[in-house]
Design a protein around this ligand. Structure first.
Ligand SMILES: *Cc1c(COP(=O)(O)O)cnc(C)c1O
Length: 361
């Protein structure tokens, strides 16, 4: 067996320890004589799995009691519709567009009500986060929407927008559990887990209780109502049970590592190794404004598409995989989520130095 350093943006690297545990429990989970994949979601064994997973997440993020934690399906993308369908009581919402994911969320919301694009960084290919200290927030906005870490472009909000008292809704798919957060600043925090937590197929929604009501847009499907899932404790229908089980293992791994404060330090240290090199390199350049750099997704380019392709190919041969940038940005992107060891980033930088020596003109 040989594992590579996997820099994929998602689905992405998971802690090896978690994968090994899951493998060991594959045929017989905790003396049940069956795999978690095979058991009823109404069984006692699964009830314990989902209850513990929720509690561990609550501990990690310090989630207050007046927030529900929902384990749902449909990916982060289904939330682009669920959010307006459940929250647009006045039919108005404000969107800050900092990349493709918030743009898609904005376009989707426009189907259901008046979605206002109150700020955008599209003028410079989403390479920065706009100043959000004094935005024209709509009087009757039901919420203000952001994508907190932009997976494709590699930017991250370092301070949350001033929403002038309106509910903040955040897509945190690619920065989930990468550092501590103050949950009370948000109405909704959600993310697909396949970036920084677990296998694709689960989306976690952390939502303040007063936002969960029966007053949803007419025609909202039952399966898309937060209240249905909240009342049923995420067991209205068959949940993505195996995925939730793996997420639960990752939560336990994070707790064992020391929690989110420790993850933040580790992530800062890893990102610094890469950014410091990019800042001194004569061949490679980071593509985003320094003040807005993400700790999780690091895009970079040589400025020569052929050389970029050569880099990606040779890196793969050296066991450094999935470094090709998103098709809309080109170049390279290294996603260095929680489960990427520091050693992986050091190997990447060593490889980049060698490549630079061999290819710099
Ligand atoms: C990947 C990603 C999405 C889309 O996730 P799906 O689960 O594929 O729908 C949305 N938002 C962000 C920030 C992402 O990184």
């Amino acid at each position: 067996m040989s594992r590579v350093y996997n820099f994929s943006a998602g689905p992405a690297v998971l802690p090896e320890e978690v994968l090994k545990e899951a493998a060991a429990e594959m045929l017989d989970y905790n003396h049940t004589g069956m795999s978690v994949m095979e058991m009823s979601h109404r069984s006692k064994a699964f009830e314990e799995i989902i209850t513990e997973a929720e509690q561990d997440l609550r501990d990690l993020m310090n989630i207050p009691d007046n927030y529900k934690v929902l384990f749902l399906q449909g990916g982060a993308s289904l939330q682009f519709s669920m959010i307006p369908m459940n929250l647009m009581k006045n039919g108005t919402a404000d969107y800050i567009v900092t990349g493709q994911w918030s743009k898609k969320a904005f376009q989707e919301a426009s189907k259901y009500g008046k979605a206002n694009k109150i700020a955008s960084s599209e003028d410079k290919t989403f390479s920065y986060i706009p100043d959000c200290s004094d935005l024209p927030i709509s009087e009757d906005a039901d919420y203000v929407y952001i994508c907190e870490n932009n997976t494709i472009y590699g930017t991250k909000y370092k301070t949350l927008p001033n929403t002038k008292g309106k509910t903040l809704v955040a897509d945190v798919s690619s920065c989930f559990l990468s550092e501590p957060v103050d949950v009370t600043k948000y109405g909704v925090i959600y993310g697909g887990v396949q970036k920084n937590i677990g296998p694709a197929g689960v989306v976690i929604v952390i939502i303040r209780e007063d936002l969960i009501t029966e007053d949803v847009l007419p025609g909202t499907p039952t399966m898309m109502q937060y209240k249905i899932h909240a009342d049923a404790k995420s067991l209205y229908n068959t949940p993505p049970a195996y995925g939730i089980y793996i997420c639960g293992k990752v939560f336990k791994w994070l707790k064992k590592m020391g929690g989110l404060e420790v993850m933040k330090q580790r992530n800062e240290e890893k990102a610094r190794i890469l950014y410091d090199f990019l800042d001194e390199s004569k061949l490679f350049n980071g593509t985003v404004e320094k003040k807005d750099r993400s700790l999780m997704n690091v895009p970079f380019v040589t400025g020569d598409a052929d050389l970029d392709a050569k880099f990606v190919k040779e890196a793969k041969e050296a066991g450094l995989e999935n470094l090709k940038g998103h098709r809309t940005v080109g170049g390279m992107r290294a996603s260095i989520y929680n489960a990427m060891p520091k050693e992986g980033v050091e190997k990447l930088v060593a490889f980049m130095k060698k490549f630079e020596e061999e290819n710099h003109v």
